[in-house]
Design a protein around this ligand. Structure first.
Ligand SMILES: Cc1cc2nc3c(=O)[nH]c(=O)nc-3n(C[C@H](O)[C@H](O)[C@H](O)COP(=O)(O)O)c2cc1C
Ligand code: SF4
Length: 649
């Protein structure tokens, strides 16, 4: 029978076993196999690694881990050398992993040029210990250190502390990096009130969007009357383009379970739910496995750590409706009712699941709790700014060179995020805006790049933190079209319970579509603003209340683009199909013929190696030519431009 983990000594023994697989005395091939890695082909890489290790008779182990963050460069594979550092390889293929292992087996130096970086030390954030790898040998010394790369240099990985390092299916590996130390301290050395005080002092605020102080929420639930209370993890994550919560669950599920366990003790709950959307099957299976493992070792169940406290967790799968991330809708969904919000108050901390006091927190919030308890509030609060303590995770996507999951101390600027960590803008276009907060947030212009990223500053500027989506937008994006995209999402996801949101989002969307189609009228902008005010003040829940944000921020910072669409029937970015005409710049065109190959209607003519031209009568403005042109010779412009090209006025 597996040993129950009740004391510090028990955790230490299990951690020692974890260290054996975490840092074996032989070569370890660690394949990033979270959803991002698998989508990029990690399975084939793992199979090739296993086959090569067997074929060559290598003394090596092939293991799986979660996501290390640099999702754009997946599949990512780490080689942990028995006598050297850990080396990360990006964009690995079955062929390249075979080559690497063959080169290693031949006793030669590892091909340094193929490596992304090397790691000489790893901080085990939850307990503050350090794992130091032997000094670089075998040519690995030429590989740059990970901590010096622009993508990693400014990052501080607390929530993502174990992601991409441990095998999420092995509890011992989490324990080897300090998991459940915070829970042990809380349950055996502290009163519930002391636990709540520690969370309050840390300054932790909810990472699900609104940034409500976590300690205050727990305190309300602790004080609320009732024998039965609940703890809930909100892993609905419906924002388009955001995938941080999924990644944490897939890569380090015990970090989330530990946070929930601590809260259950603090508020006096014996049951908890993890609400995960069904589109996240790997997260569901990883978390389900972690719950079984924790139960088998006594970390969930009765008498945890020999205390009088018991806690059980169940997984509930959501059908993938954005509104079910709203806490009262989430509660209705868990209860088996239709996922529709209800008015607040009462807040869930007073009356939540089945009318009982319920603490609902986001995945990242839960994952922040363990280290706060094991290392103390002051340690946590040292990162961030006065009112925005600690770190948070962003899914940095869009036009930047480096996309992926990025964890930063709050207070870093948008410039540091986009230009430094993101590596600047891909292609030749300039940065135009940064969108934060997904459909509830807004677009901030490049002129605000020095804005610090925190709850208040983003919202004062007309956007919001949200759950952590961050999209870099280049000059090739039409802001009217982008506002329409986000509004189409919220209009589609509106549950329809209240009239302002149901009718208002639809009405705003029709106006925006009209503007994009060239049929906008001058009164449209005032109507949009009036509707936005009504939605904000009269909607029942945050979905309708924040739906106008992308439109309002676009109007605030990019009003002239709306006006161009309405008054001059021109889309300056050349995106809105009804308003653009494509033409090929003869001076740039090299006559490579790629546009001719992809044009679905045969509208492009020209000889190889001489400038091509587009027949505007045939062109359907699909943009395929522009997408493939290697020299950016395809221009798109508004109707007035077309007139100029044709010699009109
Ligand atoms: C339409 C809508 C969708 C939401 N989706 C999520 C979500 O996917 N995940 C999440 O944690 N919070 C989401 N929230 C916020 C939650 O309602 C709630 O504030 C949060 O789970 C509280 O946790 P926190 O204090 O840790 O942030 C959403 C809110 C609204 C209005
Ligand atoms: S604001 Fe929208 S999503 Fe929220 S309750 Fe009203 S209709 Fe439903």
């Amino acid at each position: 029978m597996t040993e129950l983990l009740r004391t510090q000594a028990d955790l230490d023994r299990a951690a020692a076993l974890g260290r054996e697989t975490l840092y074996p005395a032989r070569l370890k091939v660690l394949v990033g196999s979270a959803s991002c890695g698998l989508a990029a082909g990690a399975q084939a890489v793992e199979e090739a690694a296993l086959e090569t290790v067997t074929r060559l008779g290598l003394d090596a182990v092939v293991a799986r881990t979660g996501c290390i963050g640099f999702c754009q460069r997946e599949p990512l594979v780490d080689l942990l050398l028995p006598d050297g550092p850990r080396i990360t390889y990006a964009n690995v293929t079955a062929k390249s992993i075979r080559n690497l292992l063959e080169s290693y087996a031949a006793g030669g130096a590892l091909p340094a040029g193929a490596a992304l970086c090397r790691w000489q030390r790893e901080e085990h954030v939850a307990d503050g210990t350090l794992h130091v790898y032997p000094a670089a040998a075998n040519g690995a010394g030429q590989i740059p250190e990970g901590a010096t790369l622009p993508f990693y240099r400014r990052q501080r990985r607390v929530i993502l502390r174990n992601c991409g390092s441990i095998d999420p299916m092995r509890l011992e590996e989490g324990l080897a990096r300090g998991a459940y130390r915070g829970a042990l301290r809380a349950l055996t050395q502290m009163t519930p009130e002391e636990v709540i005080a520690e969370i309050r002092e840390s300054g932790l605020r909810g990472r699900g969007g609104a940034g409500f102080p976590t300690g205050r929420k727990w305190e309300t639930a602790r004080r609320a009357q009732g024998d039965v209370k609940y703890v809930v993890c909100n892993a609905d994550e419906g924002d388009p383009g955001a995938f941080m919560d999924r990644s944490v669950l897939e890569s380090d599920p015990h970090a989330v379970l530990e946070g929930m366990l601590v809260a259950s003790y603090a508020i006096g709950a014996r049951e908890g739910y993890l609400y995960i959307r069904s589109e996240y099957p790997l997260a569901v299976s990883t978390v389900t496995h972690a719950i079984r493992e924790a139960e088998a070792r006594g970390l969930l169940g009765d008498g945890i750590f020999g205390s009088g406290h018991g806690f059980r967790v169940r997984v509930r799968r959501g059908a993938g409706a954005f509104v079910c991330g709203e806490e009262t809708a989430l509660i209705a969904s868990i209860e088996g009712r239709s996922g529709e919000p209800r008015p607040r108050p009462p807040f869930p901390a007073e009356s939540g699941l089945w009318g009982k006091p319920t603490v609902i927190n986001n995945v990242k919030t839960w994952a922040s709790v363990g280290p706060i308890l094991s290392r103390g509030a002051a340690w946590y609060a040292a990162d961030g700014t006065d009112r925005n303590r600690g770190t948070t995770v962003f899914a940095l996507v869009g036009a930047v060179k480096n996309t992926g999951l990025v964890e930063i101390p709050l207070g870093l600027t948008l410039r540091e995020m986009v230009l430094e960590i993101g590596g600047g803008i891909r292609g030749k276009r300039a940065l135009k805006a940064v969108q934060t907060g997904g459909p509830s947030g807004g677009c901030l212009p490049a002129s605000l790049l020095d804005l610090p990223i925190d709850y208040e500053r983003l919202s004062e500027a007309g956007s919001m933190m949200g759950s952590g989506g961050m999209i870099a937008i280049d000059a090739g994006t039409c802001m009217v079209d982008l506002a329409r995209f986000f509004l189409a999402f919220t209009a589609d996801e509106s549950c329809g319970k209240c009239t302002p949101c149901r009718e208002g989002t639809g009405h705003m969307l029709r106006i925006l579509s009209r503007i994009c189609e060239g049929a906008g009228v001058p009164e449209d902008l005032a109507v949009l603003e009036r509707l936005a005010r009504t939605l904000k003040s009269a909607s029942l829940c945050g979905l309708g209340g924040t739906a106008p944000n992308p439109v309002l921020s676009a109007l605030r910072y990019f009003r002239e683009e709306f006006e161009e669409h309405i008054h001059r029937k021109r889309c300056p970015a050349g995106v809105c199909r009804a308003l653009v005409r494509f033409r090929i710049d003869e001076a740039l065109c090299t006559g490579c013929g790629r546009c001719i190959e992809v044009c679905p209607v045969g509208a492009i003519r020209g000889e190889l190696k001489s400038a091509h031209a587009i027949d505007l009568a045939l062109c359907t403005r699909c943009g395929a030519c522009r997408a493939v042109c290697p020299v950016d010779a395809v221009e798109s412009a508004g109707r007035d431009h077309e007139k100029a090209v044709r010699g009109g006025t």
